[in-house]
Design a protein around this ligand. Structure first.
Ligand SMILES: OC[C@H]1O[C@H](O[C@H]2O[C@H](CO)[C@@H](O)[C@H](O)[C@H]2O)[C@H](O)[C@@H](O)[C@@H]1O
Length: 591
């Protein structure tokens, strides 16, 4: 099935761009990943930066070795007790501003009127579609040539092609965000930008062996949900460029094996994967936050264990959430010091492993390699069995994460509980039965009662991946998963949630002229809050999901408001007041 326009403007030379360099890709880790310099600067009191990520995104004016040498000399001269002023002066002399290694970039394949806009009936939504398509130009970033020449002077990981970034404080690529960004680009007919981003990831797998969480060396110990093979599948669906997938196969297998070799655990004789991390110490980009979280632990070993749990949660993409808390009584109560990510077998990661194996088998079949098809179909079958036997919970009528420590399912709602529906990690012949159970699960957890979308969990703990925050990629997994089930009830719910999400995002946009990183389940058009940094705008994955759904459902969704932006703004104020009053009376609102 091809979603794109027939006259594709893509490069049909299928060689995959990469970068040749003799410099160790992690040379700048000496500065940005751990050590006394990082510790001293990030732990300064009061902090030198309002956001800990700022320092590790600054550039180096001299080589890492000279910087360290001069820093050590300065420390010695100051008796190992530099003042805040000493540190400020050192930073001024040795570091350049954050983000100066990047240039704004307007994608050369950007089109003013991609055809998805023509598929939108409502004039306000149509205008919004045009504006969202415009935002790609604001999120484009290109590395300056010196990054490729002297990568040791930067925390950014060099890639051969420009990227679309999430936005706000996130000025580099993020692995799983890019799945929804790339789909949005494909619907915007920006095939070569999408392909360039996929090539970047393939090049990273070739050079580094896996894809780090984001495009900075300080993310070196962890990845994010593995969606690269899904990105290649999306690109091929739009372009019919099977050869691109065939050429990528070796690297896709390599990434699959990275998870299998480094993230596998055995549960009841099934091999399943967990999120984890291989680095030492606190997260460099949130250093003092992690040191403070670990302060209650009385040994270095316990602190180090907590750091791993924190970084493993970041690998899941859901940093942070009660999803990863295990308290002494085995529940999800507690706080960040209860993070036990590596003791939890997550539904989503295993569903993605199944999907990756299926897609690799599909690409091998295009290449005519039957032996490999069989091998990967078998691997997919093994994951499917593990998902059925360990993660499906008959009593809950849904898949649930599994707690290895306490040997029990974790019966807490997270959208990822339904992720097998998205990637079809279930027996399709069982769809009717699964649909009935999933609809009952939705009803029982009252998931259809929130005006601003389905919350990430039902636990309000002020973590950003908890109630009441709602995230675009999770709405996507729910909506596309229910649609895949293909029963009338599931399809209706899918359409209802897609419509609600589009309208709620539209309202937030008309109110603030911004797309948000996360939204608020309780407020139609409300944006998210909580967690360790302020809510960000931009925003890559939110734009990608809306563009896809405007393209797919734009004929059937209408705002129901007036046509002008100011009229929408008045409506929105009235709307918030109405929702608040009804919410106070009813406790919850059906939008
Ligand atoms: O700096 C704190 C954390 O920020 C990132 O996480 C959040 O933003 C990412 C980009 O949109 C997103 O992929 C992730 O799901 C969000 O939770 C970063 O990925 C974390 O590793 C980092 O610690």
């Amino acid at each position: 099935k091809s979603y794109g326009s027939p006259d594709l403007d893509i490069d049909n030379d299928n060689s995959i761009a990469t970068i040749e360099s003799t410099v160790d890709p992690f040379e700048s880790c000496k500065i940005y990943c751990n050590g006394t310099l990082l510790h001293t600067i990030q732990m300064a009191k009061p902090p030198l930066f309002s956001d800990s990520k700022t320092f590790v995104d600054m550039t180096l004016k001299y080589s890492p070795d000279k910087t360290l040498e001069d820093f050590n000399a300065m420390m010695e001269a100051k008796n190992q007790q530099p003042s805040r002023e000493d540190l400020k002066n050192f930073i001024k002399e040795y570091f350049g501003d954050k983000g100066t290694e990047l240039e704004s970039w307007v994608p050369s394949d950007w089109k003013e009127n991609p055809s998805f806009v023509d598929r939108i009936s409502d004039p306000d939504l149509k205008q919004w579609g045009v504006q969202l398509n415009d935002i790609w130009k604001k999120l484009g970033r290109k590395m300056k040539d010196d990054v490729i020449k002297s990568p040791q002077n930067y925390s950014i990981i060099p890639v051969p092609n420009p990227v679309i970034v999430p936005g706000g404080r996130f000025i580099e690529f993020y692995y799983w965000d890019s799945y929804w960004i790339i789909r949005g680009l494909l619907y915007s007919e920006m095939y070569s930008t999408a392909r360039g981003m996929i090539e970047n990831f393939l090049s990273i797998v070739e050079r580094i062996g896996f894809i780090p969480n984001g495009g900075r060396v300080y993310y070196h110990g962890r990845s994010q949900p593995p969606l690269l093979t899904g990105m290649v599948k999306s690109y091929v669906d739009f372009t019919n460029d099977d050869q691109f997938a065939i050429n990528a196969l070796k690297l896709l297998e390599h990434e699959f094996n990275f998870f299998l070799n480094n993230r596998a655990v055995s549960v009841n004789n099934h091999t399943l994967c967990i999120y984890s991390d291989s680095s030492e110490g606190p997260r460099p980009e949130s250093y003092s936050e992690d040191v403070n979280t670990a302060a209650s632990f009385d040994s270095d070993e316990k602190k180090e264990h907590l750091y791993t749990q924190i970084k493993a949660a970041a690998e899941s993409g859901m940093d942070f959430s009660t999803r990863w808390f295990i308290s002494e009584d085995g529940t999800n109560a507690g706080n960040l010091s209860n993070l036990s990510t590596t003791s939890i077998v997550p539904v989503d990661l295993n569903a993605y492993m199944f999907w990756n194996a299926k897609l690799i088998a599909e690409f091998y079949s295009k290449a005519g390699n039957i032996k490999k098809v069989t091998e990967y179909e078998e691997k997919a079958g093994e994951f499917l069995l593990g998902i059925q036997e360990v993660l499906w919970n008959e009593e809950a009528g849904c898949w649930l994460d599994y707690d290895i420590e306490n040997k029990k399912s974790r019966n807490y709602f997270v959208p990822t509980n339904l992720s097998p529906l998205w990637v079809k990690a279930y027996n399709i012949s069982d769809s009717e039965n699964i649909s009935a159970k999933i609809m009952a699960y939705i009803e029982k957890n009252k998931l259809d009662t929130y005006p601003g979308g389905v919350p990430n969990t039902l636990a309000a703990q002020n973590e950003q991946w908890d109630f009441p925050n709602v995230w675009a990629p999770m709405q996507y997994i729910l909506v596309e998963g229910l649609n895949n089930l293909n029963t009338p009830e599931a399809k209706n719910m899918s359409m209802k949630w897609a419509t609600r999400w589009v309208k709620s995002n539209f309202k937030a946009y008309t109110d603030h002229l911004d797309m948000y990183e996360k939204y608020d389940a309780q407020v139609f058009g409300g944006h998210g809050t909580g967690g360790e940094y302020d809510v960000q705008t931009g925003f890559g994955w939110s734009n990608g999901v809306i563009i896809e759904w405007l393209s797919k459902h734009g004929r059937d969704i209408s705002t129901g408001s007036g046509s002008g932006a100011s009229a929408s703004r008045v409506m929105s104020v009235v709307g918030v007041a109405a929702v608040t009053i009804v919410a106070l009376i009813a406790g919850r609102v059906l939008w």
